[in-house]
Design a protein around this ligand. Sequence first.
Ligand code: AMP
Length: 453
Amino acid sequence: MPNKKTLKKTKKPVSVEPKEELVLQPPRGMRDILPGDQPYWQQVRKITEKAAADFGYRRIDIPLVEFTNLFARGIGTGTDIVEKEMYSFNTKGGEKVSLRPEFTAGIARAYIQHGLHVASKPVKLYYTGPCYRYERPQEGRYRELFQFGCEALGENDPIIDVQIIQMGWRIIHQLGIRNVTVNVNSIGCPACRKSYRNLLVSYFESKKQKLCIDCRRRLEKNPLRILDCKEDKCVQVKMNAPQSIDHLCDECRVHFKELLEYLEELEIPFELDPTLVRGLDYYTRTVFEFFPHAGAEEKKKSALGGGGRYDGLVRSMGGEDTPAVGFSLGLDRLVLEMKKLGVRTYKEQKPRVFLAQLGIFAKKKSLRMFEALERSGIMVAESFGRGSLKSQLKVADRLRVELTLILGQKEAIDGTVIIKDMASGNQEIINGDKLIDEVKKRLKMGGMVVRNQ
Ligand code: AMP
C-alpha cells in the first residue's frame, strides 16, 4: 500500500482518449470463440498434436510480429497476401513490422537464425496459432484465422511430400470429416517454370480483353495466379491454358510421378488439378489442397488446408540450399465443417460431487477440502459464494451430481462430513480422514482413473 506521502506525490493520470463510443464487438473478421464451441477446438488441438507427435514433428513457436520485409521477400511482393492483406505498421522505434499472415516465412527465418539445419534431416517442425489477413470476411474466411501446420526441412524425396499429405489427410479424417479429396499439381522448379511462365503469358496476352482487371495486372506481376482466379470470365479463359505438368523438366517430372505413385499406394483419393498454383511465390514442384465435397446444392467449398514444396525459400533468405515441404490446415474451417457434419466431440468433464458448506468456519475448511478432493482426482463442484444450504443444494441438483458433501459448523468442529447420496437421498456422517476413500468407493472409482469421461 502506498503511504500518504507517495499518494500526495502521485499525479492523476492524464486522460488522453477523447470519449469515443465503446463498440462492444471486435474488429470485423475477428471473433470470440465461446465456451460452447471449445469442445470442437479441443478436439482439433488433441488430434493435431497427436498426429504431430506420431509423425515425429516438434513444436516451434515464433513471434506474431515480424519485419515486413521478411514476408515481402519470402511470400513475394506480387502476391495478394503481401500486396493487399497484411496488417503492417511502424513501431514507435520506426521498425516496419507486420502481423504474420502465415507461418512458413517466419519458420524459415528461425531455421536459419538458430542453425536448426545441424540436426539430422529432415528437420520436422510443427506450429499452431493465429495469423492475420485483411481479407473480405465471409463464412470460413476471417481476418484473424487459426492454423496448424508442419514443415519438413532438408529433404527432397517426394515420399516426404506424401507423408505430409498423409498427415493432413489423417487429421481431417480423424476429426470426422470424411468426404475430402486432395487436389495436387506440380508447378515445377524455377528452371522449368520460366519457360512455362512465358508460355502462359503469351497465351493470356492473346486473351487479355477477356480477363478481369485483377488478372490483367497479374499478367505483368504473377501470371500463374490467373489460374487461381474464380471470376467466371477468367475461368473460361484458363480452361484452355497451357498446363504446368506438360512442361516440367525431367527431374520435376520424375519427382511428381513418384509422388503420385506413393499417393496411389496409400489409397488417398486425389485429383490432378492443373489450375492449382497456391498464392505464394515460394512454392516449387508439389502443391496440394484438401477440399471437402460439396453437397448437390452447394457451390465448391473452400479448402480446409494446403501446402507444398518450397525448395528455394531458405536459400533466398540467406540460408543454405534446403529443399522443404509443408502444409497448413485452417482450424476455423475444420471446426465449421465438423459442426455442419454434426461430428461428436469429446464430452466435457462433469463433476460428480458437490461440496456444500454452512457457516464461516465450515466455509474456510471447505477450501482445503476442495483442494484435497481435486488432488485425488475427484472433480468437485461448489457454490462457495452462496450462504444458504438450500440454494447450494439446488445448484447440486441442477448439476446432477451423484454425491453432495455437506460441511456445517458442527461437522467442521468435529472433523466430520455429511455425505448425501443424491439418488436415494440417504445421508451419512463420516470421518473427515476417510472422506477421499469413501467418495471413491461410492463413485466406484478404482485405481487412479477417477474422472468421468
Ligand atoms: P493458405 O496457405 O493460404 O492456403 O492457408 C492454409 C489454410 O488456411 C487454407 O486452406 C484455409 O483452410 C485456411 N485459411 C486461409 N485463409 C483463411 C481465412 N482468411 N480465414 C479462415 N481460414 C483461412
